[in-house]
Design a protein around this ligand. Sequence first.
Ligand SMILES: [Zn+2]
Length: 292
Amino acid sequence: MSEEQYREFPCDICGATDPVEVPHSRGYTNDQPVHICRRCGFVYVVRRRSAERIAEVWSTEIFGGTYTAAIPAVTARLTYVAEFLATTVGLDGRKVAEIGAGEGRFLGMVKDRYGAQVFGIEPSAANGRLLEAAGIPHYTGTIEAYVDGKEGSEGAFDLVAVLWTLENCQDCKALLRGAHRLLKPGGVVVVATGSRILVPFKKPLHTYLSTLPADTNSFRFSANTLRGVLAVSGFESVHINRFIDHDILCVIGRRLDDGSPARWSGDDYLDVYGFFERWHVDTAMYFPDQVV
Ligand SMILES: [Zn+2]
């Protein structure tokens, strides 16, 4: 097997290149570093492979053809996002694209319940066959390849969904810029993630950080840094869910068309550092055998 090609990335939001490591993280990640930006507090992985390689690792080595979204927890969180959209920006009859459409569970739901016109962008060929069988129009490949290719439909959609995907891609800003290109002027993107920080601990640290290749989960968002990456990608955050006591952080951003960046503020990196220190202590209290 040829040697993997890695590249070092600056902070995706502010561009700084002097991060500090998340305290204790190497003990949970099989010695792979995860970093905190000292300037904006964003938590990200510096060394990453190509977007295509990371998508391939997800679809072959991690999901391996056995992952399915047809379980109660996934149905519940997708229903939550659909309801959040329906009660804020509306879904009835809208043209909806999903980046990282998986098996098409979300798109099938919004098509059946709200009459949305749906389209999936999904790198896994196996999932592409499931989308085909479900009658969901789709493109098999990454968003980067889609918007750069001949078949890309720029400016065609009212809404783009990025659900439990932004944290797992190689370049979160590039993915959101792809979403920006898919949208009509004034269209909205919805980002939902479970990789949320600066909130009460929802799980022990050993099940949050993982021993999977670090670049398959390169980003971990707080409410501030998720709004930050949306802002630097051309979106103004217009709705945010009540994330403090949910497992889900869900932000809706409206596409800005005049090129002016939306205002954003990051986190104090020392707050983020202290958050992970406390999380490590909390995990050690309840799961001493898991703390390395
Ligand atoms: Zn930064």
